[in-house]
Ligand binder design. Sequence first.
Ligand SMILES: [Fe+2]
Length: 234
Amino acid sequence: MNIKHIDVGYSGVIQVVILRITYMSMVNYSYMVLDHINNQAIIVDPAWDMEKIEQTLEDTGTVLRGILLTHSHPDHIHLARPLAEKYHCPIWMSNEEIEDSGFSAPQLVGIDKTPWSVGQIQIEPIFTPGHTPGGMCYLIGNSLFTGDTLFIEGCGLCPDIQSAHDMFESIEYLKNRLKPETLIFPGHSYGRPPGQMFSYVLKNNIYLQFNNKNDFTAYRLRKGQNKVSFFDFK
Ligand SMILES: [Fe+2]
């Protein structure tokens, strides 16, 4: 099991477990955040591998208390409903994403930018539209869960000019909000593994090098990019 310890400034220990999950040729990263004071966990963007999730809960002696969704694409929400039903826990998604996607579930809770806590785990949602109209990143301690907004080497696809403008603003916001030592945990990563420091991303990710919206947008929407697939993201 791939576990990172994260310093969240509490007396207790919070850990991030990296779950690499595959379906056919696709590779996604889901993450479990553990609160060892209360023996509970939340999961980010669960998909495809129920066995791995249940095994991780068992191995770490934690109970699932909630499901954080960065956005509504199928490879990020696939197991949200079954997990919520099994563990009787909430599913969190931004109000904008719920409205745009029509995603529904009995346990679904729409959220805005207001932080909240699950035991020792303090969650700060950061609204980052662009890849989808209601995309959220989640800052927990020194770790940011970015879904398809920000990858280590890239950013999520944007379907049109307006969404690329939104993505530029979202990335600008992250540049201002994050500390260099913040760890980045994206929904996909084929280059360096998840958990790189933001300082590395800032230096090496081409999408973070633009300082005006129009240049960013021209590059993001350049020809040869697949605008249709949910799963194509470089
Ligand atoms: Fe996506």
